[in-house]
Design a protein around this ligand. Structure first.
Ligand code: ADP
Ligand code: MG
Length: 341
């Protein structure tokens, strides 16, 4: 029997990225960080570093036509990129937009998309400086690249976590994934609750100011934004830092909205908290001796709460201490574009 050709689905998103790491950097000069973090970091240029990140939104994969308005889609496409700048502690400065558009798309839709893109640019003082436009066979693709900057020594990477560091997360987790469950008809709730959870899915907020404050404080050891889900993104920090992590289930921050939705629909809220993606919160590791001072950053900040959810440990893998005190090893699942499970 002929051998079946191995596909990208067999490999998975993250092993695929690992498989292309060879021979990427031709000249190491000024490359501080290439593939493997939320942004590439280049420099220094007069004491400043350049941050570059790109994210693609594909129709049917990242957004469902008819479930998100073009304006909100434009806003979200920018927000998810800004979140990667936030995850390094940077300031976003410039943005490029590339589109592949089905021929039958109303021009009004594209202009609305740009209204969303431009309103985010205004809100976060980012200049739209270029892009590319192509036709597409039948789906809309939006690729955005954001350029940012940070002071040398004030960037946080995924690889700085050490055993003993506390693990923190900003705000609550799981609402965005719960919103998707409502949008796709797998859960339902009364109107006000539904629209709050759908808003969490459709209109994520990038933690740019908070990310910068954290990096400036020099109190944290590593940071990432939560795009693929807590377990998956914490695992990125653990792999990059060659550590593991232990989470405390009782410390995981769930919103009242998530609790209510799960109760009504008999769903497990922890599934959303651990593996639901697209919350775009910041996950931060902090050496224990800095923990108090770190919490101080958030003291008078009503708009952003921080929660201590666990600890970095030497043994690799992620474990969770459940409410009954038992400990369980968890598979670092989350969103993988090609994963079958
Ligand atoms: P994030 O979720 O923070 O956007 P990703 O998981 O998309 O990060 O990407 C992880 C790293 O892999 C980043 O450094 C990104 O630039 C890099 N990367 C992803 N896809 C590719 C690709 N096709 N070619 C080169 N680098 C890639
Ligand atoms: Mg990221």
């Amino acid at each position: 029997m002929a051998k079946r050709m191995r596909t990208i689905e067999d490999v998975g998103e993250f092993d695929f990225i690992r498989s292309i790491l060879n021979s990427c950097i031709i000249s190491k000069e000024k490359i501080i960080c290439g593939i493997g973090d939320d942004c590439a970091v280049i420099g220094p240029y007069d004491g400043s570093l350049l941050l570059i990140t790109t994210d693609l939104l594909a129709e049917g994969v990242h957004f469902l036509p008819g479930k998100i308005s073009p304006i909100h889609l434009g806003e979200k496409a920018v927000a998810v990129n800004l979140s990667d700048i936030a995850a390094m502690g940077g300031t976003a400065t410039h943005l490029l937009v590339s589109l592949a558009i089905p021929r039958s798309t109303p021009i009004k839709t594209i202009h609305s998309l740009y209204s969303g893109i431009k309103s985010m640019c205004r809100r976060y003082s980012v200049n739209l400086i270029g892009g590319d436009t192509s036709s597409s066979l039948n789906k809309l693709f939006i690729s955005i690249t954001v350029i940012g900057e940070a002071l040398e020594g004030e960037v946080l990477y995924r690889n700085g976590a050490h055993p003993g560091d506390a693990v923190y997360v900003t705000e609550t987790l799981g609402d965005a994934a719960a919103g998707l469950e409502i949008l796709t008809g797998n859960a339902s709730a009364q109107k006000a609750l539904s629209s709050r959870l759908i808003k969490a899915q459709i209109r994520p907020v990038p933690f740019l100011e908070v990310g910068r404050k954290i990096a400036e404080s020099h109190l944290a050891s590593a940071m990432i934004d939560l795009s693929d889900g807590l377990l998956s993104d914490l695992n990125h920090i653990c792999i990059a830092s060659n550590t593991g992590a232990r989470l405390l289930q009782s410390s995981l921050p769930l919103s009242n909205d998530l609790k209510t939705l799960c109760k009504i629909n008999r769903l497990d809220p922890y599934k959303f908290v651990l593996t639901g993606g697209e919350d775009y919160r910041l996950l931060v590791t902090v050496p224990d001796k800095n923990s108090k001072a770190f919490q101080g950053i958030f003291k008078n900040r009503k708009s952003c709460q921080v929660h201590r959810i666990g600890q970095i440990i030497e043994e690799t893998g992620i474990k969770i201490v459940k409410q009954d005190g038992t400990e369980e090893s968890l598979r670092a699942t989350g969103f993988d574009h090609f994963c079958r499970s």
